[in-house]
Design a protein around this ligand. Structure first.
Ligand code: HGY
Ligand code: MN
Ligand code: MN
Length: 416
């Protein structure tokens, strides 16, 4: 079936209004959002999304990880659905568009098809994956990881946040633990629209990112054990200083990532000191090293070097060192046929475009394990994301969703 003409576009004002409406739920303190997974705000956002979807004639299914599947029927009851989605959960100091554009852009695709009475052979399923961010419960992309069979359901249920609350208990508490077996659904294809979260598209003045790959990731959780002692009266030679070991490991991670350039990153976003008292040397320091690369050998090489050198650093300081991988996926190659449809859609619509490797991880990375999958990206201002100042233009949002519409339609096949 040929792709629809260049005049077929989404309703940009309706999309932008929906983005702004959703952004009011779990607002941040600086213009962004703090709608963390399985919080009451997440539940409120889910309810609003469900209302909008049901108003658009979609029927809801929810799996045991709380992922929401909103189905628009197709004309062929035997045809596997085309899934289109992303995530509504945000970072604690997140933006209004990370993930949300992909979920509400998918809903806008359906709303546009409804407006025009367009029918498709394959059903279309608008999807909101639970806990993409991994901010409250590691790892990131947790529900899509369980869906792809990469993460056991019980492991996911047992993950705990900084206060000790478990994923499973919180999912029950907010009333979004569904009945469906996770991963039982089969996909004809999966598309995800997402902001780039990096500076490339804006810098190169390209409106659409044609996402060919996504870099792989390791999240290595280090637990360093020192000796709690007085920061004033304990002589320097007597200290078993886990905080010092942490600092040296941070420096070393930076050095390893810089030595692995180009196409490698490494850093730490979260640290927990215990007892975290100003005048007590820490007995325990827990932090997660986040390393990524599109090159498998480089990614695994960085992991091996960091773990080896961290052990030496801790040995020298008499500090205990335990490492647990709490997040991982290998570099992803998206389905060339679907990537081609995204590129063709951008050309049909007259949008400048650039092939790009995703720096951030996405649910599409796990979907790609079980079905042909790909992504569409739009720029974001200054490449800034995971920051309340994250910003995109209505034009970029509309362009990305127009391309999503065309690529999805070519895959779901217009009938009648
Ligand atoms: O970590 C990531 O890349 C994503 O934002 N969860
Ligand atoms: Mn995201
Ligand atoms: Mn994110």
């Amino acid at each position: 079936m040929s792709a629809p003409g260049e005049n077929l576009r989404i309703n940009s004002a309706r999309l932008w209004d929906s983005l702004m409406e959703m952004a009011k739920i779990g607002p941040g303190v600086a213009g962004g959002c703090n709608r963390q997974t399985l919080t009451d705000d997440d539940a409120t956002g889910r309810a609003l999304f469900q209302e909008w979807c049901e108003d658009a004639g979609l029927s809801m299914g929810v799996d045991q990880m709380g992922t929401m599947f909103m189905t628009r029927p197709g004309e062929d009851p035997d045809a596997l659905p085309v899934y289109v989605g992303s995530h509504l959960d945000t970072q604690p100091t997140g933006g209004k568009y990370d993930g949300v554009l992909g979920v509400l852009g998918a809903l806008e695709v359906v709303r546009t098809l409804n407006d025009l009475g367009i029918k498709t052979r394959h059903p279309i399923v608008v999807t909101n994956w639970t806990n993409e961010e991994g901010a409250r419960f590691a790892p990131a992309m947790l529900a899509s990881g369980v869906f792809a069979g990469a993460i056991p359901l019980d492991y996911a249920y047992g993950r705990t946040d900084m206060e000790g609350a478990s994923f499973g208990a919180e999912l029950e508490r907010i009333g979004w633990k569904g009945e469906e077996e996770v991963g039982a659904r089969k996909m004809h294809a999966y598309f995800e629209l997402h902001i780039e979260q990096g500076p490339i598209l804006e810098a190169k003045e390209k409106t659409i990112g044609v996402v060919t790959h996504c870099q792989g990731l390791w999240w290595l959780e280090f637990t360093l054990t020192g000796k709690e002692a007085h920061t004033g009266s304990t002589p320097m030679p007597m200290r078993v200083n886990a905080g010092l070991a942490m600092a040296r490991i941070f420096e070393m991670v930076q050095e390893v990532a810089m030595a692995a350039q180009p196409n490698a990153v490494g850093g730490v976003g979260q640290v927990k000191f215990a007892p975290n008292s100003r005048n007590v040397l820490p007995g325990k320091v827990v932090f997660t090293v986040d390393i990524r690369s599109p090159d498998q050998a480089k990614l695994d090489g960085m992991r091996a070097e960091i773990e080896k050198r961290a052990a030496v650093i801790c040995e020298e300081l008499g500090v205990g060192c335990a490492v647990e991988p709490v997040g991982h996926f290998d570099p992803v190659t998206f389905a060339p046929e679907l990537v081609g449809r995204v590129r063709k859609a951008a050309e049909t619509l007259g949008y400048s475009h650039l092939d790009i490797i995703s720096g951030a991880g996405h649910d599409a990375c796990w979907a790609a394990k079980v079905a042909p999958a790909t992504m569409v990206m739009c720029p974001c201002v200054g490449g800034l994301s995971h920051n309340e100042a994250e910003e995109i233009s209505p034009e970029w949002a509309a362009a990305g969703t127009d391309v999503l519409l065309h690529a999805v339609l070519e895959t779901a096949e217009i009938v009648g």
